[in-house]
Design a protein around this ligand. Sequence first.
Ligand SMILES: Nc1ncnc2c1ncn2[C@@H]1O[C@H](COP(=O)(O)OP(=O)(O)OP(=O)(O)O)[C@@H](O)[C@H]1O
Length: 311
Amino acid sequence: MLAIETRALCKRYGACMVVEDVSLNVPQGCVYGFLGPNGSGKTTTMRLLLGLLKPDGGTIHLNGHDLRRHSRMALAHVGAFVESTSLYEHLDARSNLQITCHLLEIPLADVDRVLEIVELRADAKARVGTFSLGMKQRLALARALLGSPRLLLLDEPTNGLDPDGIVAMRELIRQLPGQIGGTVFVSSHMLAEVQQIAHHAGLMLNGRLIIQNDVRSLLGTDQIVAITVDDAVLAKAVLEAKGMTVEQDANSILRLYCSDSCSPSQQASAANRALIEAGLQVAAIAPEERTLEDVYRNAIARHPAGERQAA
Ligand SMILES: Nc1ncnc2c1ncn2[C@@H]1O[C@H](COP(=O)(O)OP(=O)(O)OP(=O)(O)O)[C@@H](O)[C@H]1O
């Protein structure tokens, strides 16, 4: 059973389709990074998942329950913060959480548990108006954690945070699946951040989910070998004469594009041998690490929706 499963989810505003044919597969127990530039449809999708918006087409299942038919069961173990989080600034952190407990009929004892998780226990009696943005975000996260949800939806939790706040939130999110025994679905446009914490990722563009996979597969086995050599022009000619595909960048680093029939390490050895036989000095030769940013840029370049956006 998936934590979130949507099929052909659609939402339009007027004539504009802002979520189109989105089929999410979010496994249990993972951090799922829901990525995309501003306006790509992430928040709208999250509002659909929470039943705050009605879809124009498609289905949503949360923890195996159909959101349309059995919304109470589907949302029973879901916590969220979506967009600007409203906190009572004139009250202290504990009181803010207690109000939510009263509203949702959650035992007050849960307040200490969630304050502990977000590391705000020492500030429980401080007025929220005096909190930094990072502390407010963590308090909003604490509120979403009340009632022990098994699925947590977080919309841009690092928005507006300074570097320290981003690191603190990232570390919190990384640990959440273990702490809640469940799944964290987190939207962001900060790909490098998400790459550090997400096991799975989905990439949105112009309302469409253009890629979805586990992060390891998305980053793939390295298919490019970077080579630093004393004479890049000669080296390129030597490798091309051996039938290899090579490009030279502005810093005279060569990129060897590996063929499917050979692993990157085999190609690296073959290239190294050829260069040394040609009397060249190889300073460095190693598979190049890909990032989610690379994956995303490639996908946008290849995808028709990306061409529309670029036009
Ligand atoms: N209530 C609305 N009425 C009309 N259009 C809307 C409404 N809400 C969102 N949109 C449009 O839907 C598209 C997707 O917006 P959405 O907020 O879902 O994107 P997003 O990926 O979350 O962006 P951001 O990262 O900026 O929050 C945008 O073009 C936006 O202008």
